[in-house]
Write a protein that binds this ligand. Structure first.
Ligand code: KIV
Length: 271
């Protein structure tokens, strides 16, 4: 609660303080109406760069731009009053140098009102995360499967099996030591995610990383069954909105063709 008695939005420090406590609920949102729905329940509302694939039909997140993220970030901010609003830094907006990352992170926060940015990468991004956090930019890390790196990772494979375990562990450690307030673990074996969660002082938020993470995140369109072109194993569908929409659209089309719609209650009388 704020000094005025009304509920205030959660901050990155609030999320950091949830380590080891009640599981952190995180969902993506890309539009105002969905942000309103998500914000009613979520601790953390993420404007993910998955927006490129989910709403814009891109094959990967690589084509997402700063402008696209800002537009969706602004829309989500209008529907978000409780959750901690975090926005993804798109591919190419932070990897070149810490200075480039700061410039773009500050722009994302200034133009959208997001409380923090998320960026992908572990050891290689530690210096950048340190630079940003020292300059008042809270950072959420993202290690394991990092979708912006699919061309070097060789696709959307599980990360951290066998000899690769140490790499994912080192990435997670590096992000935490650099000052991130939390870290997404994507598509890593459940045992490894549990080990990372036990070792790190910051909360882990898992997607395809088992039940022992400090929180969970899903793409909202996946869990609502609205995006149903394919279903990753780690997605649980809590609704079948695409099916419902297909059926509603088919009914509408049929009623238009048979003149069953509009009915008298949808019509304006002449006088
Ligand atoms: O872009 C995104 O939606 C994400 C989450 C899946 C973690 O990064």
């Amino acid at each position: 609660m704020s000094a005025s008695g009304s509920e205030r939005a959660k901050t990155p420090s609030d999320i950091r303080a949830m380590k080891g406590g009640a599981p952190i609920v995180c969902l993506t949102a890309y539009t105002t109406p969905v942000a309103r729905l998500v914000d009613a329940e979520a601790d953390l509302v993420l404007v993910g760069d998955s927006v490129g694939m989910v709403l814009h039909g891109m094959d990967s997140t690589l084509g997402v731009t700063m402008e696209l993220m800002i537009l969706h970030g602004q829309a989500v901010a209008r529907g978000c009053t409780r959750g901690c609003l975090v926005i993804d830094m798109p591919f190419g907006s932070y990897e070149e140098s810490p200075e480039q990352a700061f410039r773009n992170a500050a722009r994302l926060m200034r133009e959208t009102g997001a409380a923090a940015v998320k960026l992908e990468g572990g050891v290689a991004m530690a210096e950048t995360i340190r630079f940003l956090t020292a300059r008042s930019v809270p950072v959420m890390g993202h290690v394991g499967l990092t979708p912006q790196a699919i061309n070097t990772l060789g696709g959307y494979k599980v990360q951290g099996r066998g000899a690769d375990r140490a790499r994912v562990m080192a990435d997670a450690r590096a992000v935490a030591e650099a000052g991130a307030f939390s870290v997404v673990l994507e598509k890593v074996p459940a045992g490894l995610a549990a080990e990372v969660t036990a070792e790190l002082a910051i909360p882990t938020v898992g997607i395809g990383a088992g039940v022992d993470c400090d929180g969970q995140v899903l793409v909202v369109d996946d869990m609502l069954g609205l995006f149903d072109a394919f279903k990753p194993k780690f997605v649980k569908r809590y609704a079948t909105l695409a099916e419902d929409a297909r059926s509603a659209i088919a009914s509408y089309a049929q009623e238009v063709r048979t003149r069953a719609f509009p009915a008298p209650e949808h019509i304006f009388a002449d006088e």
